[in-house]
Design a protein around this ligand. Sequence first.
Ligand code: PDD
Length: 280
Amino acid sequence: RIAYVNGQYVPHGQAMVHVEDRGYQFSDGVYEVMAIYKGRPVDAEGHWMRLERSLAELEIDAPMSRAALDFIARQVVFRNRITNGTVYVQVTRGVAPRNHLFPPDGTPPALVMTARAGLGPRPEVAERGVSVVSQPDIRWGRRDIKSVSLLPNVLAKEKAHELGGFEALLVDANGLVSECSSANAWIVSAAGALVTRPLGQDILPGITRHRLRDLAVERGYPVEERSFTLDEAKTAREVFLTSTSSFCMPVVRVDDAVIGDGRPGPLAKALRACYIEYLD
Ligand code: PDD
């Protein structure tokens, strides 16, 4: 395997960053995970736009142009011979002596890219549907920034996993579902609308969420961007998740509540098929 680290392609086993990289000491950086499907990056534009936005919000300089980032990402995919997989892109505020203040102007941001074969869980997982476990959302107030500071996400997903869940369904202080530890959350309301939390500082603007929303609207499915409670999720007709690696994943259980008849719902299945058709 080959990784890209600050200007060089290096063997994956020797891909290192400095101990004073601000990502390492302060989580002072952002990232993207992009799917590679049949050898092509999925929604690259959206991922580069979101990366640029995350960087701008944190006042980290873009390491290079979007075209240059795109070129390196494709190189990493090519050099690792990835057909279906993911590319990981991380930009931090660079290397500087430890100090909470930003490093001096001109300190270059640090850029790392890696690629890995394998995209998402086995098909049987989506065919059966997954369970999710609710967890309090203890993240910071800018969840719209794709920050590498993922400790609350890691702890929530680990807890959910311990309890037999595929994902943690994060519930904010007001009892509203925000999203999952690494996916956006959706329900189908009693009236048959696809409901997902509106964009804002409380959730990550998922690229898959955006794509699926467009595909749903194109096909005439009603979409409602509004918040919903954990109880609403538990009694919803359907529940599903969206993310780069799980596409559209049907949820058949939320904590102890069985969703619908305990099998993936018709809308989640139809939307998953739409998304795969779009990828193809
Ligand atoms: N996670 N919400 C959170 C908190 C996420 O971390 C992610 C992505 C999503 C879905 O976004 P997208 O559709 O753009 O993948 C929602 C990535 C895949 C990860 O951390 O591995």
